[in-house]
Design a binder for this molecule. Structure first.
Ligand SMILES: [Zn+2]
Length: 144
């Protein structure tokens, strides 16, 4: 069932991963529109003579703000672990160390991809109220 796009999302939950959101980590997007009485979905709107400006916040958790780095670091750590394990098991035979390096880095890369997929992180641009607003007369003043 499709959710009603005019409904605001639960702002106590991180949009990207579903964890409890941290108010200090919310992503703030400013949108603008000509003064034509656009539906603002209840977000705060300020008015200038010709335009109206809307402030949309996308709830996020601390984790999603600093995503990426831990994943990259664990790929490197897993690869090193595989090389060391391969070296010890093969009495530091160069061929086996090389194979362990290939196998370890491939496996770590695949695991990291699977990990992100399992987490099901959603992108900020897929936030339903944002998509709805952009379709209904609002635009991003930075990109216009
Ligand atoms: Zn999150």
């Amino acid at each position: 069932m499709m959710r009603d796009p005019t409904q605001r999302c639960d702002e106590s939950i991180c949009w990207q991963c579903g964890a409890p959101a941290d108010p200090g980590c919310a992503y703030v997007e400013k949108l603008a529109a000509r003064r034509l009485h656009h539906d603002s979905l209840g977000y705060p709107v300020t008015y200038s003579r010709w335009h109206e400006y809307l402030t949309l916040t996308i709830p996020r958790c601390r984790n999603c703000v600093r995503k990426g780095l831990p994943v990259g670091l664990s790929i490197i750590a897993a690869t090193i672990a595989a090389v060391v394990t391969g070296g010890i098991l093969s009495d530091w035979n160069g061929v086996w160390i090389f194979l362990a390096f290939i196998f370890g880095s491939l496996l770590a890369g695949l695991t990291a991809r699977l990990y992100e997929k399992l987490q099901g992180r959603r992108s900020l641009t897929s936030y339903p109220p944002l998509r709805w607003l952009l379709k209904n007369g609002w635009y991003n003043p930075g990109s216009a």
